[in-house]
Design a binder for this molecule. Structure first.
Ligand SMILES: Cc1cc2nc3c(=O)[nH]c(=O)nc-3n(C[C@H](O)[C@H](O)[C@H](O)COP(=O)(O)OP(=O)(O)OC[C@H]3O[C@@H](n4cnc5c(N)ncnc54)[C@H](O)[C@@H]3O)c2cc1C
Ligand code: SF4
Length: 446
């Protein structure tokens, strides 16, 4: 749909080729060896380092920074990958300002943390740039495990299982592996096809057979997998999108933000992606910011994020909000959509101001309209297609400990499982930990 301008305002090719290239260039370019040495030198190599505790994958941060400081970036990369096999992607996408760098003693003391994320990228890029795969597999165990979903959780689980000598079948509904690394993360955070390059590198361990284009519930069933494999790990993410529940949601050019971002991420040529002149994004999380910023970078003139509560309640971090503002995105808070207006295609959105009461958030009678020729809905994703019989906790798959579901032999992790933040690094940690538990269980060590 995006390539077909239905209204004059939503068109592709708003910018010249140079502008697309500049706008979507690497958000945080890699450090040179010299810059990395200087950045590493700032680390105090703390004993019981708070940065490690703040990392969901508990990478030994002072150790890898010391390895960089002593001129051994390959050893540093091994230290990172031992804990987080997607350490390269996490170096690019982790909200470090809310995790390791927020906890860094130099942030606390001086407001300027050690650049842990950029140092991690320096180390992982160095080792991955040499090609080959740094790990070898243990002797074959004869066990076969199905991993469903090839996003960060599934990939981390598959790699750890393969390393322990198991045979892994990795199923994914999409044509490419990578999950949101490939279809969701903002384009300027992971440039030059890094997501697929990382998947290829990870698969270099061997013992993992990818079955792309195979969906659980359509092409494969949980009962079938249980019969054929010794264990199953579910890592299907959150494929559903919450409804806006505003009148006129069906009008053309009202789109789910995640679909727009996936289309953008898969585009060979960004000038083919149509974008409005006046774009309104509804939501307050990372997806809302990413849709808004990328609309602006594609050449939209006016982009407004509208969120129903205050800025403090936005799940997009302060840094992301700042990024949006720095790109000229306007953020309006305390307003909720009432109606999408327009004849066939959207022309404006009517909002009501909200107020917090003891009974919850209420709409007031005070309303306003924002002109819009394109609207992105970014009000959260939800679990879709969870197999029957699995106990849920809230709206996600209930798990105990390292991803054990209510059904024996079935584990789950990443965004689809209850508990933990919806972040790439958390998904990696959960995939890795479930793999350890599956291994211990199958080998009678658990
Ligand atoms: C727009 C957007 C931007 C984000 N940006 C960031 C960021 O900058 N930093 C960050 O840390 N986090 C970010 N996140 C969150 C992060 O991407 C997720 O937390 C992470 O990808 C979760 O990993 P996962 O493996 O659980 O799920 P996913 O990455 O969603 O992968 C799930 C996989 O399962 C497959 N699947 C789904 N259903 C089926 C089925 N029935 N059968 C077979 N396969 C199936 C899907 O095709 C997909 O490949 C972002 C999320 C979004 C939506
Ligand atoms: S908290 Fe900061 S200074 Fe201390 S080890 Fe971690 S990165 Fe280095």
């Amino acid at each position: 749909m995006a390539n077909t301008p239905l209204t004059p305002g939503v068109v592709s090719g708003r910018l010249g080729s140079e502008a697309y290239r500049d706008n979507f260039a690497d958000k945080a370019p890699p450090l040179t060896a010299h810059e990395a040495a200087i950045a590493a030198d700032r680390c105090y190599f703390c004993h019981e380092a708070p940065c490690v505790t703040a990392c969901p994958t508990t990478i030994d941060i002072p150790l890898f920074i010391r390895e960089i400081a002593t001129g051994a970036p390959r050893a540093a990369a091994r230290t990172i990958f031992d804990q987080n096999i997607l350490g390269g992607m996490c170096a690019r996408v982790c909200p470090t300002e809310q995790l390791c760098e927020e906890a860094c003693v130099r942030e606390v003391a001086e407001g300027k943390p050690v650049e842990i994320g950029r140092l991690q990228r320096y180390a992982t890029d160095t080792l991955m740039g040499e090609g080959g795969h740094p790990y070898t597999r243990a002797a074959p165990t004869g066990k076969r495990i199905a991993v469903v979903g090839a996003g960060p959780a599934g990939l981390a689980c598959a790699h750890r299982l393969a390393m322990k000598g198991h045979e892994v079948a990795l199923f994914d509904a999409r044509p490419k592996a990578g999950g949101l690394n490939e279809y969701g993360i903002a384009a300027y955070k992971t440039v030059d096809g890094y997501a697929q390059a990382e998947v290829d590198w990870l698969m270099g361990i061997g013992g993992i057979t990818a079955h792309n284009g195979k969906a659980l519930g359509r092409d494969i069933s949980l009962d079938g997998l249980k019969g054929e494999y010794d264990a199953v790990f579910l890592a299907i993410g959150l494929g559903g999108v919450n409804a806006l529940r505003a009148e006129g949601e069906e009008k053309s050019h009202v789109q789910d933000a995640v679909d727009f971002i996936a289309e953008l991420r898969q585009a060979e040529d960004l000038s083919t992606i149509a974008v409005g002149r006046n774009v309104v994004v509804i939501g307050g999380g990372m997806t809302a910011v990413d849709a808004a910023v990328q609309s602006k970078l594609l050449g939209a003139e006016n982009v407004t994020i509208v969120y129903r509560r205050g800025r403090d309640a936005m799940s997009a971090s302060e840094e992301e909000q700042h990024l949006a503002s720095s790109k000229g995105v306007r953020i309006v808070t305390g307003a909720a959509p009432l109606r999408i207006l327009g004849e066939g295609a959207v022309e404006a959105v009517e909002f009501a101001y909200t107020r917090e009461t003891e009974a919850g958030l209420e709409l007031t009678d005070e309303t306003f309209k924002i002109r819009a020729d394109q609207v992105f809905k970014a009000i959260g994703q939800q679990l879709e297609g969870a197999p029957e019989g699995l106990e849920l906790s809230g709206r996600k798959i209930a798990v105990t400990g390292p991803g054990r579901t209510s059904l024996p032999g079935i584990w789950a992790g990443g965004d689809c499982a209850a508990g933990g933040d919806d972040l790439t690094v958390t998904a990696v940690a959960e995939g890795r930990d479930a793999a350890e538990d599956i291994h211990a269980t199958l080998m009678g060590e658990g």
